[in-house]
Every structure is written in structure tokens, then in C-alpha cells.
Design a protein around this ligand. Sequence first.
Ligand code: SF4
Ligand code: SF4
Length: 407
Amino acid sequence: MRTRLADTVLASSSGQRADEILRSCVHCGFCNATCPTYQLLGDELDGPRGRIYLVKDMLESGAPNPVARKHLDRCLTCRACETTCPSGVRFGELAEIGRELLQEQGSGPGWFMRLVLQIVPRPKLFGPLVALARACRWLLPRRLRRGLLPSGAAHRALTRGDAPLPAVPAAKPHASAAMRRALLWQGCAQRVVTPEVNAHLARLLQARGVAVATAAQEGCCGGLALHYGCSEQARAGMRRNVAALAAVDADVVVSTASGCGTTLKDYGRLLAEPQAEAFAAKVRDVSEVLAGFDFSKRAVTGRELARIAWHPPCTLQHGQGLRGEVERMLRGAGYHLVPVADADVCCGSAGAYSLLQPKLADELRQRKVAALARHAPEAVATANIGCQMHLAAGLDVPVVHWLELLA
Ligand code: SF4
Ligand code: SF4
């Protein structure tokens, strides 16, 4: 693609990067075929190729563009287009630059999103709100009620059997030399809504000889703010995290929420500082960490699940490029994974997308729920808290983090 970006734009590193990305696009349009919003709306401007042209136009003209704002707002940043693109166009980075520009031009997120950005990353604010909503669960519409995980005793009994998980010693001799100490990333929403996921991971790792730590200084990974063009807010939090956590003695930083993991792995690029690069190099998704362990001897009780529908979050499959490992582990642990059509398509959760674009998010959820429920699974497993809550609101079976299925 030919570009004519203004000299002032090319003077900045993000302008140069945008130019590189734009030039790598050959406008073939293959990406449109896998774009969820293009599939729903059929409008070229709601597909990746159209959005690339809109960002190019903004960078060339330098003028605020409400049309670009509308169609970038509708983009889920699922990055399915990156997986499809034969030319390796980094659409996610380009969308990030486009949203940053909109923010600079005074066309950033509205008051509601700014409020969300103040609440969700602060567990001390978000936690009491979730607790209040759960206490008033009976007052809420059925969907919202189901989205407020966990679904209580039934959920726990279904996923763990009758027996409580045993307490295990903190060190056993078979941890690999490359991973003796792990720092567990707690996440903002996950630590409030499903803290049991990380507690379960801690037990799994400790049972395998890995010492586990958490850091009280941990803040939000910055993914949510970055997603909405608030890059200053995002980068300030990232720098605080790197400064606070770089000192923690750990071989790996493990994230059980694939959304956080995708952002944390990108700290090197986002901050362009050696300390951030060193931190990012240690980040692993939990599936990468557990892949080296054997879960095939899982004791089967009558209460445990057998038929599972697996929903791979976009942040896992497109953001981190991790495909197939969770399925392999779950099958190895004795579960039957039912076929799920269009597994590469976003469920509509996408950070705060379901709050800001409820109609589109709901249509995507309906399609996803139909695909997941088609072969009558006993539960749906996923790897990100946002997908888990969003899907739980539309499904009649429990929606769990896949990790909870490993005993
Ligand atoms: S598939 Fe890649 S090269 Fe083709 S239009 Fe989409 S982004 Fe551009
Ligand atoms: S990130 Fe997802 S929604 Fe956005 S253009 Fe790419 S495929 Fe479409």
C-alpha cells in the first residue's frame, strides 16, 4: 500500500511504525473473511481492510475523522485478521496507533468508558461492586445473574468432584531447572470474580515442586486502557508494574487470564526499555507452563465432567498464537472435547466491548453459544475471565476456566 504520511507524523516512532505496517498491506482482502464485524455487518469499513484505509487517511490528513472513530469503535481487536493475513500485517498495533491519535484529537472514549477504566483496574473499587451485585443477584435479569460467576456450589461440585483439593507440600524434587519459582499474575477482574483459579494453579504448581509467589504491588496490566487509546494511562501503569515486579525473584511470570498475558508479553514493545523487555521475556501463559507436566492420571469421580466444549479466547489463539495445547492437556486428563464450529471467531466479550457495543456483542455471543452448545457439552471451558463472564450469561451449562478441570 502506498502512503503519504505527513513529515510531522513520520517524525515519531509510532508514525514510522504505522507507515511500515500500512506499507506491508497489499489490500488483498483475505482478512475480511475472518473478521467478525465484517461477517455481521457486511460493510467494507467494518472489516480490517477498510479500517486500515481509515487509519491511513487519519494519519495522512491529520484531521479528526468521526467515521474512523465509529468503525474503530466497532472493532473488537480480536486480531483474527492478523492470523489470516498472508502478508503479516500487524493490525492490532495499527488500531492501537489509530485510537491513540483519536484520543489526541479529543475524540477518545466517552464518559462511560472512562468510568469503567477507573473502576475495573482497581480491585478495591471493583470488588465491593461485584460483591454487592452478587448479594442482590435475585434482583438482576437472568443473564446478568449468570454472568456474575461463579455459579456457586453447583459450579464447584461439577468441576471438582466431591472431595476438596488436598493440601500439598511447597516443594517436590521434580520441578524443571528452568522453573523453580513462579510469580502468579493476579489480574484485576479475575482476582475479584474468580480468585479460585489462581489458588488452584498455585496448588498445582506447588504439588509439582514449583515455589509460588504473588506481588501485592501488582497493578492493572494496562490492556483495557490501551484498547481504548488511553496509552498514557496504560503505559504509566505498565512502568509501575515493571519497577515493582522486576525485583521479585521468579523464573517465570504466569498469567491464567489470556487477556492480561497478551499485554504483559508485549511490554517490551510497548515500553521500549530493557527492564520491560526482560520482564516480558519471563511472561508465560499458564498453558505454556503446565505443558511440561503430566495430568493424565487424573482420578475420575462420578461427579466430574466428561464432555467439554472448549472456547479459545482471541487473546490466546490470535494474540499469543497459542493453539492446541489446552486441548491436548484436557484430552490427556480424560475429557472428551466436543467439536465446536468457527472456534477462531470472537465471542463478543473483547474487554469492555460488550458494554460499549451491546448489540454486536450480543449477536456474536448468540452465534458462539449456538456453536458451543451444539453437541450438548456438560460444561464450557475457556481461558479468560472476560469470555467466561460473557459466555456464562448466555449458556445453561457451567462456564469454567480450563485450569479448574485439572486436578
Ligand atoms: S489480508 Fe493482510 S494484506 Fe490482505 S488486505 Fe488484509 S491486512 Fe492487507
Ligand atoms: S481485530 Fe477483529 S474485529 Fe477488528 S478488524 Fe481485525 S478481525 Fe475485524
